[in-house]
Every structure is written in C-alpha cells, then in structure tokens.
Design a protein around this ligand. Structure first.
Ligand code: ZN
Length: 108
C-alpha cells in the first residue's frame, strides 16, 4: 500500500476564519490583543474587557453574534460616548461677521 503515515505537519493555515479569535486591540490604551470578548450564549450576554486598562463593555448576543461583533459594538458605543462628551455647549449661532463694511467703497 502506498499509504503514507499520518503526517503531523499541517499545511500553513490559510487566511480563513480564525477560530475563536476573541482578542482585539484596545481603543483606549491601544494595546494589541488586550481586549478579550467572552460570550455567554446561554445567558445571552457578552463581556468585553481590556486587561490592560480595564475598559469594560457588555452587550447582548444571539446565536449569530461573533466576538468581533461585540468589538465593533464597543467601538460604536465608545465613539458615540465620545461624541456626546464633546458636544460643544456654546450656542450655534455665530454672529461674527467680517468687518468689511468700512472697506466698501470710499470713493467720493
Ligand atoms: Zn485598554
């Protein structure tokens, strides 16, 4: 028989879906892979936590939710929160007009 012994070498992993890739870069401290997403599908919740700066986020999951979905929700939430924080309190009406009136025409 020409059957070879089971090779222990695997071909290089193709760039497919990475199984259980639940580590991400932190938005806040920017450490690679410091953010872990844990999903509890039974409970229907996901916990995202950065082990470096201890940022946390919680979201709901369903059977289709992937860790990366939680991560992007977190990004959206953080983004929204930041925008809210930075809402300018000053009135929008800017009544500063250019002082060009004097320049109009002075020919006499
Ligand atoms: Zn962090």
């Amino acid at each position: 028989m020409g059957k070879r012994k089971k090779s222990s070498r695997k071909p290089a992993p193709s760039r497919q879906k990475v199984p259980l890739d639940t580590n991400f870069t932190c938005l806040f401290c920017h450490h690679d892979n410091s953010v872990t997403v844990r999903m509890d599908r039974k409970e229907g919740v996901a916990q995202l936590v950065c082990k470096v700066c201890d940022q946390r986020f919680q979201s709901k999951v369903n059977h289709l939710t992937e860790a990366v979905d939680i991560y992007s929700e977190w990004i959206d939430a953080a983004d929204a929160a930041q925008k809210e924080d930075h809402v300018p309190r000053r009135p929008a009406a800017s009544s500063s007009r250019p002082a060009r009136i004097a320049e109009e025409s002075d020919e006499d």
